[in-house]
Write a new protein. Structure first.
Length: 578
């Protein structure tokens, strides 16, 4: 009897607790609804007073977009409002790979618009347009002082619609008029597929938009059908991501059915979900490497992180961007959209690789990186140690060398671009992209082309000397010190005269890439670049027999036991050993 009384009391207590919890939740929800309603009323009142009383005319759409953008700016850069007029651009960027156009890219230079690239086989190419041509007008609209975004909009249109262009060929004063018929332009997710030496396949995946998994599978089967496929390199460098489900399907090509690929968790319980492989893999045994860099983000990091955590692939290159957030698009009234960050995603080991803290800002209002002291260790399937909070660290780091100041100047001032344009006019054909190189004769011609051209640039040493001069003058230092600074500055300037010789290897590569693109377009540019790609060569060497190092990495032997240890932990370990 006493037991039943206790049981009854316990039940009453439980019921009371549930009622109190429900009431508390109701009060919280009620308070939230009141605050929302209150602030919407305030916003509406402010908007009404501005519309009625502001001294000049206002645009309602602009005012609302400015207000919404300011609100979303307090959250993160991935939560964004999309007006009806921008939906086509939004779909092209985040969802679809097709648009109506002529298949050409543009850039602005001195307030004029030029073609930077044309796509092989597309309307612009068929009409005889080439990189370097100036676009003067579109359908009668002059393009001078127009932005590249405005021009891209003017170039797009419905399939089979005509567009009237005025162009000026390089070195000519007269204008040419032509009519080009737009078509559906499809930008593939997979931009390059080839079989390298030693039976090593290469797949370049640029984005994770619709059908990307099918494209990767098709490329993989194409390589398999050629026979003798000994290994595979999947290149995710400069891949900013896309659709999460496509990333899961791509991982599924290489790992068995039923494996956890990624999970997501958010404030809203309905957004919590785990994604597992659903089908049988296409290539579960083939040795695999993945290339990443600082511009590999989101879905690209899901693929790299999952394959690393499952010890299925060796990751080569540079640390990835560190975007561990999931966005979802919601429809708004009048055909508008809002893309909202709804969850964080976690790789199979349980780590979230989000590198920036969007909740806390620095004194300048900028985002801050995750502190090393807050980073945690996790373990891959075979026990290798990996870390959260800082992107995906490669198993093998290969830093890409940055261009020297002279090469940057030649590129930014379009002198390499201009030379390639002039070269194409003089040489109707060149060797295949796989064998073409910039030889001594061609480089000498390029040096001669630069005579009289402005490619001035400042080195870091010059900048430091200039700052030293300012400090010396402010502190009234002796004339002797100022003379020394001037002397050093002159020596640096004299030394710069040899930069075209000292840095000719990288200049030749940049020059060769631009020249190749004039003949073999984007595919040729990629083929040429692969010959000079240190990160690719390192991945290739891992997969070429003998593959002892490849399996040692995946097994976590020796130095490969820990991947990407944060600086704070390294310092802590050092302190323990002192």
């Amino acid at each position: 009897m006493k037991y039943h009384k206790h049981l009854l009391s316990a039940k009453r207590f439980t019921v009371l607790a549930v009622i109190l919890l429900f009431f508390s939740a109701f009060v919280v929800v009620k308070d939230d609804l009141f605050l929302i309603s209150k602030n919407l009323d305030i916003f509406s009142a402010v908007y009404r007073q501005i519309s009625l009383n502001y001294v000049d005319e206002t645009d309602p759409n602009t005012l609302i977009k400015t207000a919404v953008d300011a609100m979303l700016d307090e959250l993160d850069p991935y939560t964004e409002y999309v007006q009806e007029t921008d939906i086509e651009d939004y779909r092209l960027k985040y969802v679809d790979t097709r648009y109506g156009g002529i298949g050409a890219s543009v850039f602005e230079r001195d307030q004029h618009i030029y073609l930077s690239e044309v796509n092989a086989g597309q309307p612009a190419h068929q009409a005889g347009l080439e990189a370097g041509d100036e676009l003067v007008s579109i359908n009668g609209t002059l393009l001078k002082e127009r932005s590249t975004g405005e021009v891209s909009h003017l170039l797009r249109g419905a399939d089979h619609s005509d567009i009237r262009l005025q162009i000026r060929k390089p070195g000519q004063d007269n204008l040419q008029e032509l009519t080009v018929t737009r078509s559906v332009i499809r930008q593939p997710n997979v931009s390059h597929v080839t079989l390298l030496d030693g039976g090593i396949g290469y797949i370049k995946l640029d984005k994770f938009l619709e059908q990307s998994a099918k494209e990767v599978e098709g490329a993989l089967r194409e390589l398999q059908e050629k026979g003798g496929l000994q290994g595979l390199i999947v290149d995710l460098r400069n891949n900013g991501g896309g659709i999460l489900q496509e990333a899961v399907k791509i991982v599924n090509l290489f790992v068995p059915q039923g494996e956890l690929v990624v999970s997501q968790k958010g404030k809203n319980a309905s957004k919590a979900y785990s994604y597992r492989t659903m089908a049988k893999p296409v290539a579960s045994e083939i040795p695999l490497t993945v290339l990443i860099n600082g511009y590999s983000a989101s879905a690209a990091e899901i693929v790299a992180g999952a394959l690393q955590d499952l010890d299925r692939a060796v990751i080569v290159g540079e640390r990835s961007f560190g975007k561990g957030l999931v966005q979802q698009t919601f429809n708004l009234p009048y055909n508008n959209l809002v893309k909202v960050t709804v969850a964080k995603y976690y790789t199979p080991s349980g780590r979230c690789i989000q590198a920036l803290d969007f909740v806390h800002r620095n004194n300048n209002g900028g985002y801050v990186r995750m502190s090393d002291s807050l980073i945690n260790a996790f373990h891959t399937k075979k026990g290798r140690v990996v870390y959260d909070g800082s992107g995906i660290y490669p198993d093998i780091t290969v830093e890409k060398a940055s261009y020297s100041p002279v090469t940057q100047a030649l590129l930014s001032r379009y002198l390499i671009f201009d030379y390639a344009t002039a070269f194409k006019q003089k040489h109707p054909r060149i060797a295949d992209a796989s064998v073409f190189e910039v030889d001594a004769s061609l480089y000498a011609d390029f040096i001669q082309f630069l005579e009289g051209k402005d490619y001035r640039y400042a080195t870091e040493v010059e900048a430091l000397l200039q700052q030293l001069k300012v400090w010396a003058e402010e502190e009234n230092k002796s004339e002797e010190i100022l003379r020394e600074v001037a002397s050093l500055t002159q020596k640096v300037r004299v030394g710069k005269q040899s930069d075209l010789t000292d840095h000719q290897v990288e200049i030749k590569q940049a020059l060769g890439s631009e020249i190749i693109s004039r003949y073999y377009y984007r595919s040729g540019r990629t083929t040429f670049s692969l010959k000079h790609d240190a990160q690719l060569q390192r991945a290739h060497s891992l997969l070429t027999a003998p593959t002892t190092e490849y399996y040692s990495i995946l097994d976590g032997e020796g130095a490969y036991k820990t991947i990407g240890r944060p600086a704070a932990l390294l310092a802590a370990v050092a302190d323990l050993h002192q």
